[in-house]
Write a protein that binds this ligand. Structure first.
Ligand code: ATP
Length: 594
């Protein structure tokens, strides 16, 4: 057993508590260093570091435990009755069950545990904790690997029982304070909890000056801990490699088109549609293909998801791997892009879970034996054009003058273009929003691709939706056919406000207010359209928008909304409960302070 493994979890927990309480960053860092020097073997930093940066640990699979499941399992592990006060507290951790700590599951759980566990630590070691966490993760893997448990009751309950048994062993060997931190480690995806007040960057830097760089191009914490044992020995900067996930280049958020344009002043800029799928890296190495994707949306972590759908022959056509092998015209290559779903009958992007996967490559990082991330985006675009032969509906490339755009018919909004001025950006943004896309990404065509960088080479612009305190319940009075991927069907609605009726009477006139298309899933949209047909009967929509209203010359109401979005369809509300113009104008004036 290594010295690290023999260290007590209580020592690690004191480190966490100390780092959390201490303000000066330098002190936080030196405490971390002292912990490594005192309690860890240089041959085994990993056993401890994986518990300090749990969201970057790829060696263990997912635990498949979110707060609400953990709550249920803890109730069982503690042998509590399901309707005891504490069990109810745990289940309602988000709201009043959590009382002052509402929303902070580990703290709520620790309060419940405190009454049962007491203060005495059971002496759990780092090795024991890692072994138990391995069991917790592998009981997840005994499900079918698709993230849900096998329907065969026996199998599902074995894995569930195993998890409960691991939790109860953990509870026996720890105190409530320790369990609080262990729960945070288990909820590793939710790093909102592990609030040590020290960034991952600082931890990496304190560990070794080259640690962050190496992690960025390998996404392999174990390798970083093993390779960089000696802080005084510098490691030659490593470039990206085929077969190793690289942390993606990221986009900085900007408020509006003007801010974006100002930020990229003087640069050659491409604006692209921000696709609403999952980031994917495709590594082709001869006949072998690896896919890496961020395993949960919105986490910067990359890890292999061993996309099973790609490996299998799906019912829609040849396996994606065959397509990659045949349509990437070089032997070795890394593509960066977005994985989406393509609706084969409607020829448009669709919701996940249906139809066939499509990869849209918007960048290329490696060709033959060379990393090309240091070349400009413009040069990389050229290589992307040369290296990938697109296959409609399966593998597409995103280029300002070609690729996906070549499938557009005149008049349809395009997916990417070179912007010459801010008006081009505004117009493109408006079109993508109207087309129910997520937003746009602006990229400096002269920039290189940098792992994990969010310094502003890429900017993202998404409409900001502010939920007004009172919902705007408006009446559908017309529909617009969509263009492009929503061609041939109603994709947007003309909605109206009522003229205020006499007391105790129904409104008699409605005046047009705005046009709204975003907010509903394709399926929800279909349901609304079917409900409205055949007579275009009335339905109320609750809509929201960014707070800015605009004075309207197009619609009959004096104001309209900027970037309106459908919150939900009020099937429960009768047409005559539609918001009236006067109330809306009062709302505008009160929110503008006039
Ligand atoms: P968000 O939650 O807004 O998607 P994020 O934090 O996941 O943001 P960002 O770096 O802010 O990631 O935004 C870039 C993400 O947008 C990429 O990871 C990718 O999945 C997605 N994306 C969609 N279309 C594009 C595109 N054309 N170029 C780059 N990224 C794109």
């Amino acid at each position: 057993m290594t010295k690290t493994e023999d260290t007590k979890v209580s020592v690690l927990v004191s480190l966490f508590n100390w780092i959390q309480k201490t303000k000066p960053p330098a002190k936080k860092r030196s405490k971390f260093r002292k912990f490594l020097d005192t309690y860890c073997d240089s041959t085994d930093y990993f056993s401890a570091v994986r518990l300090i940066l749990p969201s970057l640990d790829r060696e263990r699979g997912s635990y498949g435990l979110k707060e609400h499941v953990l709550a249920t399992y803890l109730v069982d592990a503690l042998g509590m009755s399901k309707d005891s006060q504490d069990a109810i507290r745990l289940k309602n951790w988000r709201k009043d069950g959590g009382a002052n700590n509402a929303g902070n599951f580990p703290v709520v759980a620790a309060e419940v545990l405190q009454r049962r566990q007491g203060m005495i630590s059971g002496g759990l070691t780092i090795k024991e904790l890692n072994d138990l966490l391995d069991r917790l993760a592998s009981s997840e893997n005994s499900s079918n690997g698709y993230g849900f448990e096998l329907l065969s009751l026996g199998k599902a309950s074995v894995s569930q029982a195993e998890k409960i048994s691991v939790l109860s062993t953990l509870i026996k060997k720890t105190n409530a304070q320790e369990m609080k931190w262990i729960i945070m480690i288990i909820l590793k995806g939710a790093d909102c909890y592990l609030k040590l007040g020290i960034s991952e960057k600082s931890i990496f830097h304190e560990f070794h000056p080259d640690a962050e760089d190496l992690f960025n191009v390998t996404c392999d914490l174990k390798l970083v801990c093993e390779k960089l044992r000696d802080r005084s020995q510098r490691h030659k900067r490593q470039d990206i490699e085929i077969g190793k996930a690289v942390r993606p280049q990221l986009a900085m958020r900007v408020g509006d088109a003007h801010a974006a344009w100002k930020k990229l002043h003087g640069k050659e800029v491409v604006v692209e549609c921000k696709f609403d799928g999952d980031r994917i890296q495709i590594h082709k190495n001869g006949a072998e293909v690896h896919y890496f994707s961020r395993f949960i949306q919105r986490k910067e972590l990359t890890e292999s998801i061993k996309c099973r759908n790609y490996l299998d022959h799906s019912e829609y056509g040849p396996a994606m791997s065959n397509i990659i092998v045949q349509n990437i015209l070089v032997d070795r290559c890394i593509l960066d892009g977005e994985m989406l779903v393509w609706d084969t009958s409607l020829n448009r992007f669709a919701e996940f879970g249906s139809n066939q996967e499509i990869d849209v490559a918007f960048d290329i990082l490696y060709v033959r034996d060379t990393s090309i991330i240091h070349q400009s985006l413009k040069e990389r675009h050229e290589l992307l054009r040369k290296v990938v032969r697109p296959l409609e509906g399966r593998l597409e490339i995103l280029l300002p003058n070609g690729g996906l755009n070549t499938h557009r018919t005149p008049g349809e909004p395009c997916w990417s273009l070179i912007a010459h001025n801010v008006d081009d950006v505004e117009k493109f943004f408006k079109e993508t929003i109207e087309n129910r896309d997520e937003g746009i990404v602006l990229k400096d065509l002269g920039s290189k691709w940098e792992p994990s960088d969010r310094s502003g080479k890429w900017l993202k612009l998404k409409p900001e939706y502010v939920r007004s305190s009172s919902d705007l319940d408006v009446l559908i009075i017309g529909g617009y056919y969509g263009s492009g991927r929503h061609g041939g069907e109603v994709a947007q609605f003309l909605v109206a406000l009522a003229e205020r009726p006499a007391p105790n009477a129904y409104p008699r006139r409605f005046i047009s207010f705005c046009r709204v298309g975003t907010g509903l899933s394709d399926e929800e949209l279909d349901t609304v359209v079917t409900k409205l047909k055949p007579y275009f009967s009335s339905l109320i929509l609750s809509i929201t928008s960014d707070i800015r209203t605009i004075r309207s010359e197009v619609f009959a109401a004096p104001y309209s909304l900027r970037f309106p979005r459908i919150e939900r369809v009020r099937y429960d509300k009768p047409w005559h409960e539609c918001l009236d113009v006067q109330s809306f104008v009062e709302l505008v004036h009160s929110s503008n302070g006039t």
